[in-house]
Design a protein around this ligand. Structure first.
Ligand SMILES: Cc1ncc(COP(=O)(O)O)c(C=O)c1O
Length: 483
């Protein structure tokens, strides 16, 4: 017997009223942030204070509209042109609508009958990626984020290359994966989850431009073999996270072929450049990869999280997981493209294909080209201003939309780290801009990633001016202490 409360919670009229309020709130937020009107991208509150705030909030009586408004005020604004921080898309509104829509439909996706439209749409989305990469016999699926996608690809590599049947018999031999020392930490994590251990993840040093040193591959491989390890895969970063630099995929591919090992491309961030007529040359050799992953929620404008896992050979896309699940499917050995749960880590999966498809439907793949091209151009533009400015130093010429630099005026090299760390912390607490930091070969740099296609010259120059003002303040405070 249903209750009055349940009737209210499921009321279509209430959904419309609250939904209208929500769309109005977000539409206004989109308009004002796009124009850069709010003075702050983020408001810094300590984790404990923020927790205390919500602990009190839940005890009070607030409408749904007030709740969403308050969350918005207390969240980072990724649509603000002064958001130049971590790699997360300024979601395209149509993709956000697709996410809201699919959240309410909640089709489970594991088997075809639990998501007929979204399953077929997923195949169309995958076809788009396969075609763009240039695979002739490719296939794949969508999964929940780049981290899980890399793990899935590494499991496929193990299945295809390892001498042992690890899925069924467990580990007998020692395996290894080769990857650049600048690769995203999730590749290391995947190797450890797979039981490869510390020595099973072979980190190859990078050159002075932070790309994997392909001249060292042979030496590191030979050492692993001499240590009794079977190397199953090599991962190319496209690009690596800290620097935005692409590994030489052609050279890595040639090495993988020579050794008969799996070649995987982590294109979580910049695999999407395959859609950019101007920048797709950075991915030369990607069509030779056994597997590729590309995040939608980084450079393709979708909400989080949605990642394509793509395979050069269709058969590999079915081989990773062998699982009996009689309540879901009868035929364990039949590929059945439409029963996606046979191939994905997830059982229940969100209808993430709708996010890509809504963009394709509204704007075509040209949207992906425009987005990547504009953002990568922005990275280069920012670098030219830094170069013109003697107070700053670039870590390297950017290849993509990731730019690392530091403030150096009146500083001796031993002060660089301390002052730049303070600059980053003060920027965070001030909230007008959001940028992050990184360590490159142990050296501290400020790190920006241009994720918002509306960040322009004025914002870039204002950021440099802001940093200069913070640095002068730090200098002043220091002088006062020394007086
Ligand atoms: C190169 C690279 N790979 C993988 C990931 C992890 O992706 P996700 O955050 O979708 O799990 C990132 C995230 O920044 C990345 O930059």
């Amino acid at each position: 017997m249903s209750t009055e409360l349940l009737h209210k919670a499921y009321s279509g009229a209430l959904f419309k009223e609250e939904g209208d309020d929500l769309i109005a709130l977000l539409a206004n937020h989109l308009k004002t942030t796009k124009e850069g009107t709010p003075s702050k991208v983020t408001r810094w509150v300590s984790p404990t204070n923020e927790y205390n705030f919500w602990q009190e909030y839940v005890k009070e009586n607030h409408s749904t509209k007030e709740f969403f408004t308050t969350v918005l005020e207390r969240s980072i604004h990724t649509h603000h042109p002064k958001y130049i921080g971590h790699q997360i898309a300024s979601t395209v509104p149509v993709a956000a609508l697709a996410t809201l829509f699919s959240a309410q439909l909640n089709n489970g996706m594991t088997v075809y009958e639990m998501g007929q439209a979204s399953t077929a749409i997923e195949k169309v989305v995958i076809d788009m990626f396969v075609h763009a990469i240039g695979y002739t016999e490719g296939d794949g699926f969508l999964t929940s984020g780049g981290t899980l996608a890399n793990l899935t690809a590494m499991l496929a590599a193990r299945k295809a290359i390892a001498n042992d049947d690890i899925w069924n018999d467990g580990h007998a031999s020692k395996l290894a994966i080769m990857v650049s020392e600048e690769a995203h930490y999730c590749v290391d994590r995947a190797a450890r989850i797979m039981g490869l251990g510390n020595d099973g993840i072979i980190k190859i040093p990078v050159d002075d431009q932070y790309a994997i040193r392909t001249d060292l591959l042979e030496t590191y491989y030979a050492k692993a073999v001499a240590d009794g390890r079977q190397v199953i895969a090599i991962v190319g970063s496209a690009p690596s996270t800290s620097t935005g630099v692409y590994d030489d995929l052609e050279a890595v591919s040639a090495f993988a072929k020579a050794k008969k090992i799996w070649f995987h491309v982590d294109g979580a961030h910049g695999g999407a450049a395959i859609f950019s007529s101007k920048y797709k040359h950075l991915l030369k050799g990607i069509d030779q990869a056994n597997s590729v992953i590309i995040d939608g929620h980084k450079m393709m404008g979708t909400s989080s999280i949605t990642t394509a896992v793509l395979f050069k050979n269709k058969v590999d896309s079915y081989a990773t997981f062998e699982q009996k699940a009689q309540y879901l499917w009868d035929k364990n050995d039949d590929p059945e493209w439409y029963n996606i749960g046979k191939r994905t880590f997830e059982c229940t999966k969100s209808m993430m294909s709708l996010r890509f498809f809504a963009i394709m439907n509204a704007y075509g793949t040209q949207f992906f080209d425009d987005n990547v091209t504009v953002l990568y151009d922005a990275g280069r533009e920012f670098a030219t201003y830094i170069k013109q400015h003697p107070d700053f130093e670039l870590a390297l010429d950017p290849i993509s939309n990731i730019v690392c630099f530091r403030y150096i005026r009146n500083l001796s090299p031993d002060q660089y780290e301390e002052v730049n760390r303070k600059i980053r912390q003060e920027l965070l607490e001030d909230g007008e801009f959001y940028i992050v930091s990184t360590l490159l070969k142990g050296v501290f740099y400020l790190r920006t990633t241009f994720m918002n296609p509306f960040t322009n010259k004025e914002h870039m120059e204002a950021l440099l001016e802001k940093i200069k003002a913070i640095a002068s303040n730090i200098e002043l405070k220091k002088e006062q202490i020394n007086l």
